[in-house]
Write a protein that binds this ligand. Sequence first.
Ligand code: NAD
Ligand code: UFG
Length: 336
Amino acid sequence: MILVTGGAGYIGSHTCVELLDAGNEVVVLDNFSNSSRASLERVQQICAKRLTVVEGDIRDQAGVEKVLNDFGCTAVVHFAGLKSVLDSVTSPLDYYDNNVVGTHRLLRAMQASQLKRIIFSSSATVYGDPKFLPYTEDHPLNPVNPYGQTKFVVEQMLRGLFASDPTWSIGILRYFNPIGAHESGLIGEDPKGVPNNLLPFVAQVAVGRRERLNVFGGDYDTPDGTGVRDYIHVVDLAQGHVAALKSLDQPACFAVNLGTGRGNSVLDVVKAFEQASGRSIPYSVQPRRAGDIAACYAATDRAAKHLGGWQATRNLETMCRDHWRWQNQNPNGYGG
Ligand code: NAD
Ligand code: UFG
């Protein structure tokens, strides 16, 4: 039985599908602060299999221990946390509470239950301003906002834990920019309010919920002047977790990038989404967004080595097509 914290969220729900499809039993622990139960109903529909849902908070150590023991969990895939860079600047203590204190309580609960296998959702944001590209896992870590700093602190906590007890198996996965949706169109990203991220915004313009895209910066030192990112299909990312879980059979503590190794600009994404959706995406170029970097993409060799040859296989066209199917079939997300 695998405990998936935050399993009702965007990446968690896609990972539950891949875990169930690979024959695992799954219990999800989620407080639904940024998700709904509907995603988990859809996961079960896609897989034609059941999973167990427990409403609860990772900060409740006794509650987590009870779940681990009641269900005989053998590993934890840990997604639960807050993820908005902008909110983390205005509410840093909420971020430290959910992400750092929450993970600390989860690890305490695991320790008390003698369970020592965990996959942790980290982020490329731990690298900070690029000293060189692609980012290798040895690139210096220098996160520049509270969200990234919480990921950095948790990574350090995990490394310290492993140093103290090398019988742990710890996989730290640094995600680049997950986009797309399950090809069924049944699950996908459902952000609350105005999306901060590019793809949900573009998709809402395409579906007619928003008038135009603001492109943040047209004067970067990139081929077309707009920001370049390493977009990765969320199903590739989810499959990376299944591969990572297998590698936890040996005690280890490793950090790997999950990306494609390729960079695409904002305008590449707009073009690809227009093609995928058959809709035009009006946009206007605005000043740069504070805190953004020009370009960001992953070195992928280490992931392939640690994750049994795993690599991302889906291209930008597939990412946009699948993202659009989800948006078009669910114009208001899980809200109907
Ligand atoms: P999400 O918000 O869709 O999912 C997070 C889930 O955790 C939600 O279902 C939420 O209700 C739950 N949750 C939050 N705090 C909780 C708590 N204290 N106790 C129990 N449940 C809690 O986010 P996502 O995009 O699926 O991201 C999952 C993880 O991956 C996060 O840790 C995020 O920081 C990390 N990550 C995401 C991205 C991205 O671009 N989406 C990039 C890098 C890293
Ligand atoms: N962008 C726009 N208009 C928008 C939104 C974004 O032009 O409305 C641009 C940004 O300036 C950037 C690119 O699109 O050049 C991607 O921006 P996102 O906000 O989608 O993604 P970021 O790379 O800024 O950050 C995301 C997550 C972080 C995570 C990071 C990992 O939000 O949490 O990827 O690389 F840490």
